[in-house]
Design a protein around this ligand. Structure first.
Ligand SMILES: [Zn+2]
Length: 291
């Protein structure tokens, strides 16, 4: 069962985040009809956004991860909230690439060279924006680099999505381990020893481990206090008012053009593919309300 947890070592020197997201990524795959390599790129990003959502403090805050590269998938975007919900989309859900030499899906090849942009909407006047160059396009390495350079927080990021033969999601999850400034050399050595030779996160999930057991394996020798535990969910928060605001932002001229040509507007939500239809009378009302 999907689970999202965060915790801290009893000495307060290391923060830990873990997510089992097989169900969330399956829902994302069903919603966006992604090919295996797109599911892997999307699922890793969604899993990271869920964990980074729990790093936020305010209820209405959210964090967006945007991978934009010159590869065939073009964009992968995910938005996480502190409530454990996530939504997102990929630029090209049909991307297909040969497997890498090691038999893995070529997520780095799908994304290509480009940038990772992290936007935190903290409900302040301006959002926090951190932008780093992609290291490999494999998502986890890029986030490790982001945490080190933009947030000055040394981190271990592991993300995995295992796609089944029928394209459904067999296993998905990940963890983020963050060293606080008080972390000692001894802590780092111990953590490195634990990570050396550790199986991939999807292999651990396939072994039947839950996310708490996975974190305990990664953090062997440390005492962890779990402070939060939520059931994560792929969930869109769109509604007709939001879509109406998007239509208004098109501008008067554009809306008048749509009225003339189509006599109605059909708008599909990027995140959940729900379709909204605005009839001629509703478009006219939008125009008259926004004179
Ligand atoms: Zn939606």
């Amino acid at each position: 069962m999907d689970k999202l947890i965060r915790g801290i070592t009893s000495n307060g020197r290391i923060r830990v985040f873990g997510a089992l997201t097989t169900g969330v990524v399956q829902k994302a795959y069903e919603t966006h009809n992604t090919t295996p390599v797109a599911t892997a790129a999307f699922g890793r990003t969604l899993t990271a956004a869920l964990m980074m959502g729990t790093m936020l403090k305010g209820e209405k805050e959210n964090v967006s991860l945007q991978f934009k590269g010159d590869g065939p998938i073009a964009t992968v975007l995910a938005v996480g909230t502190p409530q454990g919900t996530v939504k997102g989309y990929v630029g090209n859900n049909f991307v297909a690439l040969p497997l890498k030499e090691n038999g893995k899906l070529d997520v780095g090849g799908a994304i290509g060279d480009g940038y990772l942009t992290v936007i935190k909407d903290l409900r302040l006047k301006e959002p926090y924006i951190g932008k780093v160059e992609l290291q490999t396009g494999e998502i986890a390495e890029d986030l490790t680099y982001y945490f080190a350079t933009s947030e000055q927080t040394p981190s271990v990021v592991a993300l995995g999505v295992l796609v089944d033969r029928d394209f459904s999601v067999k296993a998905a999850g990940g963890y983020i381990i963050q060293l606080m400034p008080e972390a000692t050399e001894e802590d780092i050595v111990k953590l490195e020893q634990n990570l050396a030779g550790l199986k991939s996160v999807t292999a651990l999930i396939e072994d039947g481990m839950d996310i708490g057991e996975i974190l305990n394996t990664v953090m062997d020798g440390f005492e962890i206090k779990i402070t939060d535990e939520i059931t994560p969910e792929y969930k869109c928060d769109c509604n007709k008012e939001r879509i109406e605001r998007a239509i208004i932002s098109l501008g008067r001229q554009e809306i008048e053009d749509i009225l003339k040509k189509e006599k109605k507007a059909e708008v599909t939500c990027y995140f959940c593919n729900k379709e909204y239809v605005f009839a001629e009378s509703e478009l006219q009302e939008i125009l008259s309300k926004n004179e």
